[in-house]
Design a protein. Structure first.
Lengths: 390, 826, 249
C-alpha cells in the first residue's frame, strides 16, 4: 500500500495560527496550575465536592474530555476504519486531538481521584469485573494504544506497517464506541439515581460523543488554517465545505432529538427525584444558554447552506456546540446527584453545590493541557497527512 | 475468599516494589508503602498495649452517669456507660461520649494564669501569664487575709453552678462559716430550676426535685420537661422509655409543652399550650378528675357518705369531706377548681376542651399515673403556682410515694469528715455570723422564700445594696453569659477581683484576674451523690483516668489550699481536712456499716466499682397507708407523725393543696403577684406577666440534648447534632412558623434580628410548621463571645441578651421562658 | 454467619447517642455521621408531626456499592456478611458513594462541616487528622476501613468490625447488657439507652434478632433497589418509616 502526501503545508501556511494557539494554551495551562494551587496545599478539601456532591466539576471536566477524545477518534475512524476517503484529510488531526484530549482527561481524573498512583495498579490487579469503571479502563487502554499506534503510523512511520494500522484502526473504533457506552453504563446502571439510570443513557452518551467529535475536529481544523479554507489543501477544503459541516449538522440533529426526549421525559416523569431536577434545570440560566446558544443557534447556522461552508461560521458553530455540550455534561452529572438520596426534612431539597475556584482552575488546566498537547502535535507532526488508502 | 487473596497478593506486590526503592518513593509511593504498615501491624498482634478501664462519672449534665473510661498508653480514647452503675447501666446519652474532647480541648489553660492587662472588657485580651500554684494561691490568700483583717470578709463571694458533692461544693459551708462571709456560696439554682423545688416545698414540704418510679408507672403526664432531651437523669429516662413503651401494659405518655420536640413526638399525645398557661391545663385535669370521681379516694379522702358532690361551679361544704393525706381539698375546690372547667382552660391554653377532658380521663382512670414538670411551666412569673397545680395531680392520683409514683431522694451513708468547722471558729468568724445579708438578698424580705438569687448579684453590687463585693470566685458557673440580661455582670466583674476556676477560656475568664484551673472530670477524684433518682441512696466516685494533662488542681483542693493559707484557726481546719482525697477517705468510712449492694464498703472498693448504692427506698404508700421497709418488705405501717417527719414535711404533715407556707407569706404574695391573701395557699392559674416590652412573639429558649453543661457550644461533634428538630447542625436556628416568618418578610434559613426591651440578638431562622405561630424557639446554646475556638461567635446569637432579668417572686427562678420579642429580617 | 442489626423505632427516642458514640469510637469528623439519625416533620401546628429514622450502613446482602467498585476495595466478606472498605485499595473515585441507595458513605477529604476545621487542631501527614483520643493504633486497620481515615478514601460504618470480630465463636447475639459480651458490641448498639438496637446473627434461626424480626414483622428499607439490607426496622406502634419523597424540603 502506498500513501501520498496531499498538499504538505508550508511553514507559512501553518503560520501564526498554530503558534498563537500554542502560546495561548501554554499561558492558560500555567494559569490553570497556578489557579489550582490549593489542590497542592489542602488537597481535595479545596473542592466543594465530597459526601454530598461526590462527582463535581472535576468529574464533569474529565468526562467531557474523554467524550471529546472518543468523538474525535470516531471522526478519524471514518477514514481509518471505514475507509471513507472523504474524511481522510482530517484523520491525522482528529487522532492527535483524540490523544491530546485523552491525556488531558486522564490528568483531570488523576487530580480528582483520592489516590491516582494507587489507581494505576489497583484496577488491573483486582479485576473487578462487575464494575463499569473497570471496563472503562480496559476500553481506554485499547483506545489509547490504538490511537498512539495509528498516529505514529500516520505521521512518523508513514504507514510502513499497514497490517498493524488496520488492527489498530479496528481497535480504535471498538475502544471508542465501547468506551463511550461503558461511560454511559457507569451512570445508566445506577437504579438508585433515576436521573441517570436507564438503558437509553449509553445511547445518549454516544449521541453526545459524535456531535462533540465533529465539532472539535471542525473547530481545530479551521483554527489550524487560520479560519481560511483557501489555505487548505484541496481535499481538505472540499471536506470542510461539504461533508464535514453536514455531518456536524446531522450529529447535532440526532443529539437534539436525544436531548429533547430526555428533557421532556424528565419534566413529566412521575418518579421521585426526577421531575424536580429537570424543573430546576429548566429554570436555570445555563440550561437556556445551552439550548438557545449552544444548540439551536448552531443548528440554524449550519442549516443555512449559504453559511454552513464558511470557515468563520463553522468555527463559531463548532465552538458553541462544544460549549453547549459541556453545559449538558455538567447538568447531567450534577443533576443526577442534586436530590440527596436519603434525607431528613432539614436536608435541603437540593444539594447545595457550586464549583470552587480550584475546580474551575482544574478545568482550565485540563482543557488547556489538551489543547497544548494538540498544538504541540500540530507543530511537531504533520497532521495534514492524509492516508489515501489503507 | 478471593478478596483476601487479592489483598495478600497486593502485599507481595508492594514488598517486591519496595525493592525498587527511590523510584517508587519519588512517584509518591511513600504514602502507599506506609499505608501498608497499618495492615501489617494488625497481622502481628504481639505487642498489643494494655487497655485499662477507669471508673468515672460524666460531667455533662447533672445526672451523674457512671462511665467506663478506656485508657491505652496513657491516652483516653473512649467512654462508655458503666454497666455496674444503676443510672448508666452501660448506656450513655449523646453527650456522654464527648468527654475526651473536654479532656483534650486544645484551648485549655496550661496552668494557673495571672492577668497582666489591667483593662477589662469583652474585647480586651487579658494577657494571661502562667504562674505557679504557690504564687497563685498566695495571691488569693493575701487578698482574703487582708479583707478579713479589714473586717470586710463578707465582700468575698463564691459562685457555683454544678456542685457535685461533699468534696467540692460541699466545702463551701465551712469556708463561709470560718472565713466569715454569708456568700459562700451563691448557687446557680435560681437560674436553673428552683421553680419545681418551690412548688414541691409549698405542697408536700420537700424543697427538692422528686425521685420517680418510672419503671412501674402506667401513665406519664409531662408538663414542659424535656424528658427525652434534657430532663435528668436523661440517660436513665431513655432506658426507662424503652422499657415502659414496650412493657405490658404500655405506659401512655401525654406531653404538654409549647413546642414540638422529640419528647412530644415520641409519646402518645403532644398538646401544645400557650406559654405560661400550664396551670390552667392542670387545673382543668383536676376539675374533671374531681367532677367525674376519678381521684384516688384512699389517698386523698372522700365525702363522708361516698357521694361525689364535686360539680362544676358548685361549692362543697368542707365539713362533708373527710381528708386523708391531702389537706385543703374542698377549700381548693371551692376557691379554684370548681370554675376550672375544660372550657375555661381551653380559653387560657388554646387547647381544645375535649382534648383536655380526654387527657384528664386517661390520667384519672390509669393507675399508677404521675404528673411531672420542669422549667416549661415554672420559668414564668406564675411558675410556682403552675408547678403546684401540676403537682397537685399527683395527690389526686395517689401517686405520692406509691409504686409507679414520686418520692424524694435519700442521701448517702457518709462517715464524718476529718474535722468539724464549729471547732475552728475564731472571733471574726463568730462576729460575722448573720451580720450581713447575702449579696443576692436571698432569704431577706426581698426574696423571703428563695434559696439563691444569683441573677440579682450584679445589680445589687452595682447599686451598692446591700454592699459591694471585693473578690469573687467562680466554680462551674458563668453568669456573665448565662444569667438573664447578663451585661451588668460585665460591669461588676470589671470592678472586682475575679478568680475563675474553669479549665477552659470562657466569658468569665475574659474578665478574670486569676485563673486557678480545675481538672477536667476525667482527671478528678470527686464524689457525686446522686440527684433525685429512684429514692434509694447512691453516690458515685470520679477517679482520675489519666495524669492531669495540664498543671491543674481539682477544685476541692484549690479551696482547701486557699483555706490552709488563711490566718488563724481556719488554716488549721483545712490542714486537718488536708485534701479532698483525705476527706473522701473519711466519708467512705460510712460504707463499712452500710455496705453497698455491689459490695462497696470502703474507699478502695468505692474507687474500684465507681459507685456505692443501697436499695431499697425505705418507704411506700399503698392504698392510702404508709409503710416502712423492715428488711424484707414494706411491712411496718407508719404513724402520721413519722410520715410528717420523713415524707410530708409540711406544717400539716400532709400534701397541702392549701399551702400553709404560702399563706404565711400572703402579704408578700399579694404585693408581688396581686393574689388575694385568702387565695395565697392554693395551686392556681394567674396570668403570666410576660417580659420584653412591646414584643409580639413568645420566645422559648430550651436546652437541647447536647448542651453539655455549657460546653456543648464548643464541642464540634455536639455542634453537628445540636438541634435535631430543624437540623441545626452547624448553627442553631430559630424555629418559626412559616406564616409568622413570611408575614415579617423573613425567608427560610434567612438571617433575622430578635429584639426585646433588653437587647437584640442576631439569629438564623428555619421554617418549622409544627411551631406555634405566636412562639419562637431558640435553644440557649450559641452566641458565645469566648468559651473556645468552636463556640466563638457561632450563630444563632445568645438568648440571654433578649431575656429580661425577671424572676418568679416565690421560687426566685429566673423567668427564662416568659419573654416576648419581635423579629424582623436582618 | 451473617451479622445483622434490628432497630426498634417504637423505642428509639431520637437522641442521637448512636451517632455520637459511633463518631467518637471511630474517630469520625464532626458531621461525618457513619451512623445518622434523620429527622422529618410533617403537618402544621397544632397537628404537626416529628419523626426520625436512625440510619447505619445496611451491610446489604447484595450491595450495589460492591458491584461498582473498580478495585474491589469495597467488599462483602463472605464469612460474616460485613461490607467493608479496604483503604489500601480505595482510589477515592467515590463511585460507591453514588451507588449506595442509603447515602451512608463519606469521602474523607472534603471541606469541614463544622468550622474551624478540627483537622487543623490535630494535623497529621498520613491520616486525615490525629486527635489524642483516636482509637489505639493496634485496633486500626486499613484493610477493614477501621480507624482514623486515610486521606482520599471513602469511609463508612463497619458495624464496628474491630469489636464484633473479637466476639466468641458461634455467639448468636451480642447483648450489651451481658458483661461477657459488652466489649464486642458495636458502639451504637452498646450505648443505645432505650435498647432500640439489637445485633446478632441473621443466619441463626435461634437468634434474638431473628426472633424480633419474626415477632414484630421487621422490614428493610428501599427493598426495591435489590440491595437486601441486613438492617431491619421494627415499626411497631408509634414507629414510622417516613416517606423519602423529593417534595420534602
Amino acid at each position: 500500500m502506498t500513501t501520498t502526501t496531499m498538499g504538505r503545508r508550508s511553514t507559512a501556511e501553518q503560520g501564526s495560527a498554530g503558534t498563537i494557539l500554542l502560546i495561548a494554551a501554554a499561558v492558560a495551562f500555567v494559569a490553570g496550575i497556578a489557579g489550582s494551587w490549593q489542590l497542592w496545599t489542602v488537597g481535595h478539601a479545596a473542592f466543594n465536592t465530597g459526601t454530598d456532591m461526590m462527582w463535581g466539576l472535576p468529574v464533569v471536566s474529565y468526562a467531557y474530555l474523554t467524550l471529546t477524545s472518543f468523538g474525535a477518534a470516531l471522526v478519524a475512524c471514518l477514514a481509518l476504519t471505514f475507509r471513507i476517503e472523504a474524511f481522510a484529510p482530517v484523520a491525522a488531526r482528529a487522532l492527535m486531538l483524540a490523544l491530546a484530549m485523552l491525556i488531558a482527561a486522564l490528568v483531570a481524573l488523576a487530580l480528582e481521584l483520592g489516590d491516582p498512583i494507587l489507581t494505576l495498579w489497583a484496577i488491573p490487579a483486582n479485576m473487578a469485573f462487575a464494575s463499569p469503571l473497570l471496563w472503562m479502563g480496559v476500553c481506554w487502554a485499547i483506545f489509547g494504544l490504538s490511537a498512539l499506534v495509528l498516529l505514529f503510523q500516520l505521521t512518523l512511520a508513514v504507514d510502513d506497517h499497514p497490517r498493524v494500522s488496520r488492527i489498530a484502526a479496528v481497535g480504535l473504533l471498538v475502544g471508542a464506541v465501547a468506551g463511550v457506552v461503558t461511560q454511559g453504563l457507569v451512570y445508566g446502571v445506577m437504579s438508585m439515581r433515576p436521573v441517570w439510570s436507564g438503558p437509553a443513557t449509553p445511547l445518549y452518551f454516544l449521541f453526545s460523543t459524535v456531535v462533540i467529535g465533529f465539532a472539535v475536529v471542525t473547530l481545530f481544523t479551521n483554527l489550524a488554517y487560520g479560519l481560511n479554507h483557501v489555505r487548505m489543501p484541496e481535499r481538505l477544503r472540499m471536506l470542510c465545505e461539504g461533508l464535514l459541516p453536514k455531518a456536524l449538522l446531522a450529529a447535532l440533529v440526532v443529539y437534539l432529538i436525544g436531548f429533547g426526549s430526555r428533557v421532556a421525559t424528565g419534566l413529566y416523569s412521575g418518579q421521585d427525584g426526577v421531575q424536580i431536577v429537570y424543573r430546576h434545570m429548566v429554570a436555570s440560566w445555563p440550561f437556556h444558554l445551552e439550548l438557545w446558544v449552544g444548540l439551536l443557534l448552531p443548528l440554524v447556522l449550519l442549516s443555512i447552506a449559504a453559511l454552513r461552508h464558511r470557515a468563520g461560521i463553522q468555527t463559531l458553530a463548532a465552538a458553541l456546540i462544544l460549549g453547549g455540550l459541556f453545559i449538558g455534561r455538567y447538568e447531567f452529572i450534577i443533576g443526577g446527584q442534586l436530590v440527596p438520596l436519603f434525607k431528613g426534612s432539614w436536608v435541603p431539597g437540593f444539594v447545595d453545590y457550586a464549583p470552587s475556584f480550584t475546580e474551575w482552575a482544574l478545568l482550565l488546566l485540563a482543557v488547556s493541557l489538551g489543547v497544548l498537547i494538540y498544538a504541540l502535535g500540530e507543530k511537531l507532526l504533520n497532521l495534514s497527512h492524509s492516508p489515501k488508502t489503507m | 475468599m478471593s478478596i483476601r487473596k487479592v489483598s495478600v497478593n497486593r502485599r507481595r506486590f508492594l514488598q517486591a516494589s519496595a525493592g525498587t526503592g527511590a523510584v517508587g518513593a519519588s512517584l509518591g509511593g511513600i504514602a502507599t508503602l506506609t499505608r501498608e504498615s497499618g495492615a501489617q501491624a494488625q497481622d502481628t498482634p504481639a505487642e498489643t498495649p494494655e487497655t485499662k478501664i477507669v471508673k468515672n462519672v460524666c460531667h455533662q449534665c447533672p445526672a451523674r452517669c457512671g462511665i467506663d473510661v478506656y485508657v491505652t498508653n496513657g491516652r483516653v480514647h473512649s467512654i462508655y456507660g458503666d454497666l455496674g452503675n444503676p443510672i448508666a447501666n452501660g448506656k450513655l446519652c449523646p453527650k456522654g461520649h464527648f468527654g475526651t474532647y473536654i479532656l483534650y480541648d486544645p484551648d485549655r489553660f496550661p496552668g494557673p494564669m495571672r492577668r497582666t492587662n489591667p483593662d477589662k472588657g469583652r474585647d480586651q485580651d487579658p494577657g494571661f501569664e502562667q504562674i505557679s500554684w504557690d504564687e497563685a494561691l498566695d495571691i488569693v490568700a493575701e487578698r482574703l487575709n487582708d479583707l478579713r483583717a479589714r473586717g470586710e470578709s463578707h465582700r468575698f463571694a463564691h459562685f457555683y453552678g454544678r456542685g457535685w458533692g461533699a468534696s467540692c461544693a460541699g466545702l463551701y459551708g465551712a469556708f463561709g462559716q470560718l472565713y466569715g462571709t454569708p456568700n459562700s456560696a451563691i448557687g446557680h439554682s435560681s437560674i436553673c430550676s428552683d421553680g419545681s423545688k418551690m412548688a414541691k416545698q409549698a405542697t408536700d414540704g420537700n424543697y427538692s426535685y422528686s425521685a420517680y418510679d418510672y419503671r412501674n408507672t402506667n401513665y406519664i403526664l409531662n408538663f414542659g420537661a424535656g424528658f427525652l432531651e434534657a430532663f435528668r437523669p436523661y440517660n436513665y429516662l431513655m432506658q426507662i422509655w424503652g422499657h415502659i413503651r414496650t412493657k405490658s401494659p404500655k405506659t401512655r405518655v401525654t406531653t404538654v409543652d409549647v413546642r414540638l420536640t422529640t419528647t412530644g413526638a415520641a409519646g402518645d399525645r403532644n398538646v401544645i399550650v400557650r406559654p405560661g398557661s400550664d396551670a390552667a391545663f392542670a387545673l382543668a385535669v383536676a376539675h374533671v378528675m374531681l367532677t367525674e370521681g376519678l381521684w384516688d379516694r384512699e389517698f386523698a379522702g372522700d365525702f363522708e357518705d361516698g357521694r361525689n358532690r364535686f360539680a362544676a361551679g358548685e361549692e362543697v361544704d368542707p365539713e362533708t369531706f373527710e381528708e386523708n393525706w391531702v389537706s385543703g381539698l374542698p377549700e381548693w375546690w371551692n376557691a379554684v377548681v370548681k370554675d376550672a372547667t375544660p372550657e375555661w382552660a381551653s380559653e387560657v391554653t388554646g387547647v381544645r376542651a375535649d382534648t383536655i377532658t380526654e387527657v384528664a380521663r386517661e390520667f384519672g382512670t390509669t393507675r399508677p399515673a404521675m404528673a411531672l414538670f420542669e422549667r416549661g411551666p415554672t420559668a414564668h412569673t406564675n411558675g410556682t403556682y403552675a408547678g403546684m397545680a401540676i403537682h397537685a395531680l399527683n395527690a389526686l392520683s395517689g401517686s405520692m410515694f406509691a409504686e409507679g409514683g414520686l418520692m424524694y431522694q435519700m442521701g448517702p451513708a457518709y462517715g464524718p469528715p476529718p474535722a468539724e468547722a464549729d471547732d475552728y471558729m475564731d472571733e471574726h468568724a463568730s462576729e460575722m455570723q448573720d451580720r450581713h445579708p447575702r449579696i443576692d438578698m436571698a432569704g431577706t424580705e426581698r426574696w423571703p422564700l428563695v434559696a439563691n438569687m444569683m441573677q440579682e448579684v450584679a445589680l445589687n453590687h452595682l447599686a451598692d445594696d446591700p454592699y459591694k463585693l471585693d473578690t469573687v470566685m467562680f466554680y462551674l458557673t458563668n453568669p456573665v453569659f448565662t444569667a438573664p440580661d447578663p451585661t451588668p455582670w460585665e460591669d461588676m466583674l470589671r470592678e472586682t477581683f475575679v478568680i475563675d476556676t474553669s479549665p477552659f477560656p470562657g466569658e468569665t475568664a475574659v474578665f478574670a484576674d486569676l485563673i486557678l484551673p480545675d481538672h477536667t472530670y476525667l482527671e478528678r477524684l470527686q464524689d457525686t451523690p446522686t440527684y433525685p433518682f429512684e429514692g434509694w441512696p447512691m453516690t458515685a466516685l470520679r477517679t482520675p483516668a489519666v495524669e492531669p494533662v495540664h498543671d491543674t488542681k481539682v477544685f476541692g483542693d484549690i479551696l482547701i489550699e486557699i483555706g490552709k493559707r488563711i490566718d488563724g484557726p481556719m488554716g488549721d481546719y483545712y490542714r486537718e481536712i488536708d485534701s479532698t482525697e483525705n476527706l473522701l477517705r473519711h466519708l467512705a468510712e460510712g460504707f463499712r456499716d452500710e455496705p453497698g449492694d455491689n459490695g462497696v464498703n470502703d474507699f478502695e472498693s468505692w474507687k474500684e466499682k465507681g459507685v456505692w448504692y443501697r436499695k431499697p427506698y425505705l418507704w411506700k404508700q399503698r392504698r392510702g397507708r404508709f409503710y416502712e421497709w423492715d428488711g424484707e418488705g414494706y411491712n411496718r405501717e407508719m404513724t402520721e407523725d413519722e410520715v410528717a417527719e420523713t415524707l410530708f414535711k409540711t406544717p400539716s404533715g400532709k400534701f397541702e393543696v392549701k399551702s400553709q407556707l404560702l399563706e404565711q407569706h400572703a402579704d408578700y404574695i399579694e404585693r408581688e403577684l396581686d393574689v388575694p391573701p385568702e387565695r395565697a395557699g392554693f395551686p392556681q392559674y394567674i396570668p403570666p406577666r410576660h417580659t420584653g416590652g412591646e414584643g409580639d412573639l413568645h420566645l422559648v429558649t430550651p436546652k437541647t440534648a447536647c448542651h453539655a453543661e455549657g460546653r456543648g457550644a464548643n464541642l464540634p461533634h455536639a455542634i453537628a447534632v445540636m438541634q435535631p428538630t430543624v437540623g441545626g447542625n452547624e448553627r442553631t436556628f430559630v424555629e418559626i412558623h412559616p406564616d409568622t416568618a413570611r408575614a415579617r418578610g423573613i425567608e427560610n434559613n434567612g438571617r433575622a434580628v430578635m429584639r426585646s426591651d433588653v437587647g437584640e440578638v442576631e439569629c438564623v431562622v428555619r421554617y418549622y410548621p409544627p411551631a406555634r405561630p405566636d412562639t419562637l424557639v431558640l435553644p440557649m446554646e450559641h452566641g458565645h463571645w469566648a468559651q473556645g475556638r468552636w463556640a466563638k461567635e457561632r450563630l444563632s446569637g445568645h438568648t440571654g441578651y433578649v431575656t429580661a432579668n425577671v424572676s418568679d417572686p416565690l421560687s426566685g427562678l429566673a423567668c427564662y421562658y416568659t419573654g416576648k420579642v419581635t423579629i424582623e429580617p436582618a | 454467619m451473617k451479622w445483622g442489626m434490628v432497630i426498634d423505632l417504637e423505642k428509639c427516642t431520637g437522641c442521637q447517642a448512636c451517632t455520637t458514640a459511633c463518631a467518637m469510637e471511630n474517630t469520625n469528623l464532626p458531621g461525618e455521621a457513619w451512623q445518622d439519625v434523620l429527622f422529618y416533620h410533617e403537618g402544621e401546628y397544632p397537628t404537626g408531626q416529628l419523626k426520625w429514622l436512625p440510619r447505619p450502613c445496611m451491610h446489604c446482602e447484595d450491595p450495589s456499592c460492591v458491584h461498582v467498585c473498580p478495585t474491589r476495595a469495597t467488599y462483602k466478606d463472605p464469612e460474616d456478611g460485613l461490607v467493608l472498605i479496604d483503604w489500601d485499595k480505595c482510589i477515592g473515585c467515590k463511585y460507591c458513594m453514588l451507588a449506595c441507595p442509603y447515602g451512608v458513605r463519606f469521602f474523607t477529604d472534603e471541606p469541614a462541616r463544622v468550622s474551624p476545621d478540627i483537622r487543623e487542631a490535630y494535623p497529621d501527614e498520613e491520616k486525615e487528622w490525629s486527635p489524642p483520643y483516636e482509637m489505639p493504633e493496634h485496633k486500626q486497620s486499613a484493610r477493614t476501613g477501621v480507624g482514623v481515615h486515610r486521606k482520599g478514601v471513602v469511609s463508612k460504618c463497619t458495624f464496628c468490625a474491630h469489636k464484633i470480630r473479637e466476639a466468641p465463636e458461634g455467639v448468636s447475639d451480642l447483648d450489651p447488657d451481658d458483661p461477657e459480651l459488652v466489649e464486642y458490641v458495636p458502639a451504637c448498639v452498646r450505648t443505645c439507652a432505650p435498647t432500640a438496637r439489637y445485633f446478632g446473627d441473621l443466619d441463626n434461626p435461634e437468634s434474638k434478632v431473628n426472633q424480633l424480626i419474626a415477632d414484630k414483622r421487621g422490614v428493610r428499607l428501599l427493598d426495591h433497589t435489590g440491595n437486601r439490607p441486613q438492617v431491619y426496622y421494627l415499626t411497631g406502634e408509634g414507629g414510622a418509616i417516613p416517606a423519602f419523597d423529593d417534595k420534602q424540603s
